[in-house]
Design a protein around this ligand. Structure first.
Ligand code: C2E
Ligand code: CA
Ligand code: CA
Length: 591
């Protein structure tokens, strides 16, 4: 009847031969051992116990241990044994009425205790079953507490615990430990577009694939919504971490289809190295994080942390703090850059460009993304918009030519379902003719959420606002989105304008855009025109409107008004060859 069940192995640490005998008899009692076959190893000193544990391939299922050994007594004996017993439950044997000792033993990790006078089969086996059950539950709980319920890999807390442990190990060796943080670009959009179930499946798949590529000693954790991290201990140098990063990139590249959807996730990886990149677990992760954000902002998908990133992050933090105050205090305003007719040189429109008053060294290319990430973009731009309305009224009241003014939209704004109606309400409240307004949206951000872009821009256009596609040619979808977007004009990016006179490729692009726009009844604007040569060439290939330092830099409102007024009524004014005509820069295409 034995034999049929599983084998249980015991380590008995007991120096008293009589007690040891009792234990062995009890363990072999068939009535209580039930189906189990018992393998018993008995030793009588702590030293022998440790030697036995170290020598055997597998750990015992249960340890039964006397707390009074020739070479160790009490808790010291317990702790010394527990260090080497892995997860095996330990049952300690105590003397008569030694309840204080028993309690302390339980507190220090013993699973159960037994008074020596109770060494009968029934009580011993009851303690064994209890200890094993208890241990199983404990391990289960620990696993649950340490793992991410969705992916089964380490959760954030457990990952940090593990990282601290690896840091301690590494500090005692001459190896390095790599910390890699990675996430999926635009994961939120994947969630929005394909549903959370697909998003979850993707996360599980990433954990599975990346996990499958790592070494046994590496650790993979999920430390945020879509943020994963890997600890790669025992690497010789930074190249070792780079190898791990490449494995991550390859693993994610292989995903492609999730739940039948063509997702093709793209991963960005940041690397920090211990001990070179500071000492604490928190710092390593935050440095790897900074490096990961660098990867997102450049075309390279893997970046190492370097000190400069820290400075950049601190500077950003300071800028943000000041920005919040200055938005509230209304210290942001618009400059206006004229846009001219390519043939006549007349001012036909202008672009409003945000400026940080008193902090002009920080350009909108820096502070707009900061405002976006801080969630202040609406506060900032509706404040600016109020000023724009005031300026438009001043221009109209002064009898100046009614030229439309364009302002730039952040991608967060046209993705915001409430934005269009809020803007339209602001326009009505200020009694502005919507025909005097154009919005500029950049091609690259529009394709991030084309459905929302179509909806928001469609609503704006319906109310009479012109829609211009900015930085055209730099995005990668170009032609397909032109069909679905409600547009009035294309703005050719200044990178093409910059070398249009010397680079045949740029010239061909400009020509292609001009003819494409003609076919689609869109008007064209070239930005960044800095020389007469560029202006002439652009005019000759059929670009309608030009903007750039050659005609005028962005001007403070008063200067802009003066320029507009000075050239008013003249067909061709002296200012840089600028003149002004009444009319719209827009709407060769019916709204
Ligand atoms: P953008 O919309 O492409 O604006 C044109 C940028 O080119 C402006 O830079 C302008 O000063 C500059 N520029 C104009 N003519 C020339 C030229 O001949 N040569 C050169 N090299 N540059 C020229 P700025 O004002 O620094 O604005 C940078 C970007 O910040 C803008 O790029 C736009 O994307 C964003 N931005 C500006 N104001 C706002 C705003 O109110 N809201 C939002 N969401 N974005 C804004
Ligand atoms: Ca623009
Ligand atoms: Ca532009």
């Amino acid at each position: 009847m034995n034999g049929s069940g599983k084998t249980l192995s015991f380590l008995v640490v007991e120096d008293n031969p009589a007690d040891r005998r009792l234990i062995e008899v009890a363990l072999n009692d068939l009535d209580y051992a039930a189906e189990s076959r018992c393998l018993i190893a008995s030793v009588d000193t702590l030293a022998d116990a440790i030697a036995h544990l170290k020598a055997s391939d597998t750990l015992p299922d249960v340890v039964i241990q006397d707390l009074h050994l020739p070479d160790a007594v009490g808790m010291e004996a317990l702790e010394a044994v527990r260090k080497d017993t892995g997860n095996a439950p330990v049952i300690v044997l105590t003397g008569l009425d030694d309840s204080a000792v028993a309690t302390e033993a339980l507190a220090r990790g013993a699973s159960d205790y037994l008074e020596k006078r109770d060494l009968a089969a029934r009580t011993l086996w009851r303690a064994i079953r209890y200890a094993m059950e208890h241990k199983k539950k404990e391990l289960q709980l620990r696993r649950l507490a340490n793992s991410d319920p969705l992916t089964g890999i380490l959760n954030r807390r457990a990952f940090f615990d593990r990282l601290r442990l690896e840091i301690a190990h590494t500090s005692r060796s001459d190896m390095h430990c790599g910390v890699l943080v990675f996430d999926i670009d635009k994961f939120k959009q994947i969630n929005d577009l394909y549903g959370h179930e697909t998003g979850d499946t993707l996360l599980v798949e990433i954990a599975r694939r990346v996990g499958g590529q790592l070494r046994e000693t590496d650790a993979l954790g999920r430390i945020g919504g879509d943020e994963f991290a890997v600890i790669a201990p025992n690497i010789r140098d930074a190249d070792g971490a780079l190898e791990v990063a490449r494995k991550i990139v390859d693993a994610v590249d292989g995903i492609g289809v999730v739940n039948g959807q063509n997702i093709n996730p793209v991963v960005s990886v940041g690397i920090a190295i211990y001990p070179s990149d500071h000492s604490t677990a928190d710092m390593l992760i935050s440095h790897a994080d900074l490096a990961m954000y660098k990867s997102k902002n450049t075309s390279r998908r893997i970046h190492y942390y370097d000190e400069r990133m820290d400075h950049d992050a601190k500077a950003r933090h300071r800028t943000k703090a000041r920005m919040r105050e200055d938005i509230a205090a209304g210290r942001f305003g618009f400059d206006y850059q004229p846009i001219v007719d390519a043939r006549t040189g007349a001012i036909v429109a202008a672009e409003a460009l945000a400026r940080w008053r008193g902090n002009e060294t920080v350009s909108p290319s820096e502070f707009i993304p900061l405002a976006e990430s801080a969630g202040w973009i609406n506060d900032l731009s509706f404040g600016l918009f109020d000023e724009l309305c005031t300026h438009l009224h001043e221009l109209t009241a002064g009898g100046l030519p009614r030229v439309p003014i364009a302002f730039n939209l952040s991608s967060l704004q046209y993705r915001d379902a409430a934005f269009a109606s809020r803007l339209v309400a602001a326009i009505h409240a200020a009694s502005i003719d919507p025909g005097l307004l154009n919005v500029e949206v950049t091609e690259s951000t529009v394709i991030e959420d084309i459905d929302m872009a179509v909806r928001t821009l469609g609503a704006l256009r319906t109310c009479g606002i012109g829609v211009h596609l900015d930085d055209f040619g730099t995005g990668y979808s170009s032609l397909s989105i032109l069909k679905v977007l409600p547009l009035d004009a294309l703005k050719i990016d200044r990178t093409f304008v910059a070398d249009v006179c010397i680079n045949a490729g740029s010239r061909q692009i400009v020509e292609a855009v001009a003819s494409l726009a003609r076919n689609m009844e869109l008007s064209t604007v070239a930005e960044g025109v800095e020389t007469q040569e560029q202006a002439d060439l652009l005019r000759d290939v059929g670009i309608d409107h030009l903007q750039g330092y050659f005609f005028s830099r962005p001007l403070a409102f008063d200067e802009f008004r003066t320029l507009l007024g000075a050239s008013c009524g003249q067909d061709r004014a002296a200012n840089n060859g600028l003149s002004v005509v009444n009319g719209h820069a827009r709407s060769r295409r019916a709204s």
